[in-house]
Design a protein around this ligand. Structure first.
Ligand SMILES: [Zn+2]
Length: 126
């Protein structure tokens, strides 16, 4: 989504919280060739990818409300974004990636704990 800036505050808060749990990841890369959206956090070996989704742009069921002016513009636009997110998840899943989506409204600490737990579960024990 071009209108979505990189390194938004919720993304940074999530990264910091995940980092504080001792997890190391890559930032802002495209895990699958041809996929246009870059992931916010990428754990290459366990193949886990994290997207931090803004409540407005990604159509959060709890918080998205189309602006009163121009509903006819925003409603379909956000619908397309949601569809694109679903397609992104499908492409990644087909390539063996586990996708975690974190809403902007979620507590970064709770989301980070979920991410860390998922990544650790995916890494085969020695
Ligand atoms: Zn929300």
């Amino acid at each position: 989504v071009g209108n979505r800036g990189r390194d938004t505050a919720p993304e940074l808060a999530l990264r910091r919280a995940v980092h504080a749990l001792g997890m190391r990841y890559r930032v802002g890369i495209r895990p699958v060739a041809g996929l246009r959206r870059t992931a916010d956090l990428v754990f290459a070996r366990p193949k886990v990818v994290v997207f931090s989704d803004g409540c407005f742009w990604h159509g959060c069921p709890d918080h998205f409300k189309a602006p009163k002016s121009n509903v006819d513009y925003w409603q379909p636009k956000i619908e397309r974004n949601r569809l694109r997110d679903q397609q992104t998840d499908e492409v990644l899943a087909a390539a063996g990636w586990l996708v975690i989506r974190v809403w902007q409204h979620e507590s970064p600490l709770e989301a980070a704990a979920r991410v860390a737990e998922t990544v650790r579960r995916r890494v085969p024990s020695p």
